[in-house]
Design a binder for this molecule. Structure first.
Ligand SMILES: *[C@@H]1O[C@H](CO)[C@@H](O)[C@H](O)[C@H]1NC(C)=O
Ligand SMILES: *[C@@H]1O[C@H](CO)[C@@H](O)[C@H](O)[C@H]1NC(C)=O
Ligand SMILES: *[C@@H]1O[C@H](CO)[C@@H](O)[C@H](O)[C@H]1NC(C)=O
Ligand SMILES: *[C@@H]1O[C@H](CO)[C@@H](O)[C@H](O)[C@H]1NC(C)=O
Length: 231
């Protein structure tokens, strides 16, 4: 039962990948709001992995509008030779906030994303280095050209990247755990990620680069080594 629900959720999301700019290069969990409800905030904590090499990786927490994720309010970190922290309300541009919250391997980072109340004009992303008690509170305007917003998906993601459309490139991250994960509904109810849909990082030829599991309050993304038949 659970597996078929997950498969359905994944199939549903995959079918919208192209239109939504939602690629298959990410692992993690997407929790769908119960019918007649929507999310107001999502939070999660992770430890920045030690990353090397030229492959990119992002780790982020977000609220998406619907399961097609056309607009996504998010915050997290990116590794691109160096580590940086960012906030964004996709499809608007990403804002680098590394000057407010620098990132080093081993830091514990908590991201909390909150969306506006009805007809509000901005959302909030709080990115906090709980190791050092450094916190940045970013107010982000609703993207222009967005007619109406709904907040039906809570996301916790490890995102890899393709290189010029080639096979996905994944730096060694080992196992990335999101802890203290929760998503709060408009009526104040708090949900954990246990029943969220699972995503895995996939290569263009079907290789699976990760194994993701959830508990009542955490998400674990374990890297899988894959022998690439094209190299
Ligand atoms: C990674 O860094 C390079 C060099 O600074 C830059 O050109 C590129 O846009 C960056 N990629 C991403 C996804 O941020
Ligand atoms: C939000 O905007 C819609 C459309 O403009 C309007 O009908 C509705 O009354 C507004 N709701 C609130 C709570 O202001
Ligand atoms: C977080 O704290 C660590 C350890 O104190 C510090 O080295 C690092 O620069 C801080 N990073 C952030 C995210 O502010
Ligand atoms: C989880 O949240 C609780 C309560 O806010 C906090 O005391 C605890 O340190 C957090 N744990 C982690 C791993 O961040």
């Amino acid at each position: 039962m659970r597996l078929s629900q997950l498969a359905a959720a994944v199939a549903c999301l995959s079918s919208s990948t192209v239109l939504a700019g939602f690629d298959q290069n990410r692992a993690g969990a997407v929790l769908k709001a119960p019918s007649n409800s929507s999310f107001v905030s999502v939070t999660g904590t992770f430890t920045v992995p030690s990353l090397t090499g030229s492959s990119l990786l992002s780790i982020w927490v977000a609220i998406g509008d619907t399961l097609s994720q056309d607009t996504v309010l998010k915050g997290g970190i990116t590794y691109n030779q160096t580590l940086s922290s960012f906030v964004a309300w996709y499809p608007s541009a990403t804002t680098d906030i590394t000057k407010d919250v620098a990132v080093e391997a081993g830091d514990s980072i908590t991201v909390t994303v909150s969306v506006p109340s009805v007809n509000g004009t901005s959302g909030t992303v709080i990115l906090e280095n709980t190791t050092q008690n450094k916190k940045s509170i970013q107010t982000i305007p609703v993207p222009s050209n967005v007619d109406s917003l709904s907040f039906l998906a809570a996301d916790w993601f490890v995102q890899a990247y393709q290189l010029a459309g080639e096979l996905v490139q994944v730096p060694e991250f080992g196992t990335l755990s999101f802890t203290n994960c929760s998503a709060t509904l408009a009526d104040g109810t708090t949900l954990g990620p246990e029943k969220a849909g699972i995503f895995e990082i996939q290569g263009t030829s079907g290789q699976i680069f990760s194994t993701t599991t959830t508990t009542a309050s955490s998400i674990s993304v374990q890297q899988q080594s894959v022998t690439n038949p094209f190299r």
